[in-house]
Design a protein around this ligand. Structure first.
Ligand code: SF4
Length: 596
């Protein structure tokens, strides 16, 4: 008897912790030889996945289901049933746990569904298929087909987390992949859009086990360990013990990712965190909205003032990468209040700002409440919001465009100075990204992949079209709040073309882009927009660095980029800047700068 656990991940670097835990748990109870595991990604062709699964010749095949893979899995089930009709096909995971009866009715090829936490349930299924007992009706936490009936068994009680064995004994299979690690299961909070709020009980893995397992991962020098704990720091003692342990056993390589509530951090935790190696740790911090009516409607517990203060303190320490999340489409949030949320989070200067869209997950409290809030969402996974009572589809599409621009021009970290400078021209940061998105759309540049250099060129073109062109037709500062359309008709380009002289602001902006470009990349040649730059001969300086085997680029700038970006004005100051690529900032990945 062979049982196969199948995961279909979103990306190659991901791994599916759930199936590894299920296999390890079955192995601990003597069924290691009967259970195998296969991982694919959503980018594999379904034909290839079908073929590979078929070649395994498993008697029982169980799939791990999430919103990103459920549709592929359902299609695979359909085809597998044709080529391997005798195989027993099972599903498990959050995407099928909350509507198992409906799913079984809709999918005739399915034998059953594991509901909720899977380790013990899967073990009993393995026993059922290999030993003939227990009978399916005796296995808690499943829905299964019994002739023409669908039966749902008693609810499965939760496991002590320390009973689940460490799943990464064979670490060589995880080369170049993220290691997911679980030191706690469940979340004590009640955010209505989140499935973790359904199960209030939180369980912690024994700290001695956690330390032993982390030590193993540190010894293996894995590049990244991502804790999947829903709110890692909800128990201070547990969190501090782990942070202290990774500091004491730092290998100088492994990075640890934690999802935390920043407002729960205490003074001593913050002081301690500031002592960690640069880039040893990164935080994902959910803000979701700063609108009090929205926060109340989703039953989220958050002290915004404290969160802001703590995020700021972490940022000032410059050793931890912070990633802040916002969700669009939540109840009571209209375009204007979302803009305020965006502004509030942007002001916290996160290293990345993740703009997500509400997904009304099956089984979440939000699913039951969505009608009352006037939330309309897609019928199919990922069940993303289409519009709400306060936010139209049109506005949501605008936010999608903004999200794309934030990804490209903010989260990439490749345009820090250019964006910092452009922000001076807009009343709020979101207006800048909104206009950028509108520009991309008007040029049919959205929904296309662009090279990095092309992104710089497009930003330069945007600057000319949306900022300079406006200014040329106006004797006051540009303000996107006013109607620019008439100003765009100005004769700026004719004037500009006739005297062949570039306006100072354009020359400055080109230098700003060049600064951003060289900060990230040791370009072999200058980009097209900087081809005509007259450069001093830096041969002696280059020789100096070459002798030291330090990789540098040397560039003479006419403008004081830092001051211009800070003040939004044209500040002249000739300086020679040395970009040192042998010493990059571990957080931003930018070259360090030496000015002469
Ligand atoms: S969103 Fe985060 S804090 Fe809220 S219930 Fe889910 S896991 Fe817990």
């Amino acid at each position: 008897m062979k049982l196969l656990l199948v995961a279909v991940n979103a990306k190659y670097i991901h791994s599916n912790l759930a199936v590894y835990c299920l296999r390890a748990y079955a192995g601990k109870h003597g069924f290691a030889d009967q259970v195998s595991l296969a991982e694919y990604t959503i980018n594999h062709s379904e034909e290839d996945i079908l073929r590979e699964i078929y070649k395994e010749k498993a008697d029982v095949i169980a799939f791990s289901c999430y919103i990103w893979n459920i549709e592929i899995i359902l299609r695979l089930i359909n085809e597998l049933k044709k080529v391997q009709p005798e195989a027993k096909l099972w599903l498990g995971g959050p995407e099928v746990s909350y509507d198992s009866e409906r799913r079984l009715k809709l999918t005739p090829g399915l034998e059953g569904i594991m509901i909720g936490e899977g380790e013990q349930t899967f073990l009993e299924l393995v026993q059922h298929y290999t030993l003939g007992e227990p009978a399916l009706k005796k296995i808690k936490g499943i829905a299964y087909r019994d002739n023409n009936l669908i039966r749902i068994t008693e609810e499965r009680e939760l496991l002590a987390l320390s009973d689940v064995p460490f799943p990464y004994v064979d670490i060589k299979n995880f080369k170049n992949r993220i290691i997911y690690y679980e030191s706690s299961r469940g979340c004590p909070f009640s955010c209505s859009y989140c499935l973790s709020s359904v199960e209030k009980r939180i369980r912690f893995r024994d700290l001695s086990l956690v330390k032993q397992e982390l030590l193993f991962l540190l010894e293996q020098q894995v590049p990244q360990v991502k804790f999947v704990d829903r709110t890692f720091n909800c128990n201070k003692e547990h969190a501090m013990a782990i942070w202290q342990f990774i500091k004491e056993n730092d290998n100088g390589i492994t990075n640890f990712h934690f999802e935390i509530s920043a407002d729960l951090l205490t003074d001593d935790e913050l002081s301690f965190l500031a002592t960690l190696r640069i880039a040893q740790v990164q935080f994902e911090i959910g803000v979701q909205s700063t609108n009090p009516d929205t926060v109340a409607a989703i039953r989220r517990r958050m002290d915004l003032k404290l969160l802001r203060k703590n995020v700021d303190r972490i940022r000032v320490a410059r050793n931890i990468h912070q990633h802040l999340d916002l969700i669009a489409g939540l109840p009571n949030e209209d375009y204007k209040t979302f803009e305020q949320s965006f502004h509030d989070v942007y002001e916290m200067k996160p290293d990345q700002l993740q703009l997500g869209f509400l997904k009304v997950l099956r089984g979440s409290p939000m699913e039951a409440e969505s009608k009352d809030f006037g939330i309309v969402y897609r019928d199919n996974p990922p069940y993303e919001v289409l519009y709400t009572r306060q936010l139209s589809y049109e506005e949501l599409l605008k936010l999608k465009g903004i999200c794309e621009m934030v990804e490209v021009y903010y989260n990439s970290g490749q345009f820090t100075n250019a964006i910092g400078y452009l922000e001076h021209y807009y009343p709020t940061p979101m207006k800048l990204y909104e206009e950028l998105a509108g520009y991309y759309e008007s040029k049919h540049m959205d929904m296309q992949a662009h090279s990095r250099i092309r992104r710089y060129e497009l930003l330069l073109d945007f600057f000319q079209e949306k900022v300079l062109r406006f200014e040329a037709g106006s004797d006051h500062e540009p303000d996107p709040r006013s109607d620019r359309e008439t100003d765009r008709e100005s004769n700026f380009f004719q004037d500009y073309a006739s005297d062949h002289s570039k306006p100072e602001k354009l020359k400055l902006f080109e230098e700003i882009l060049l600064m951003d470009l060289f900060l990230r990349e040791d370009m072999k040649s200058r980009p097209p927009f900087a081809m005509d730059r007259i450069q001093k001969n830096h041969k002696n300086l280059y020789d100096e660095y070459r002798r030291e085997q330090i990789l540098v680029h040397i560039e003479t700038f006419q403008y004081d980029i830092e001051a211009s970006v800070k003040n939004g004005e044209v500040m002249m100051r000739e300086s020679t800047v040395i970009f040192n690529y042998s010493e990059r900032d571990p957080i931003t990945k930018s070259a360090t700068l030496i000015r002469r």
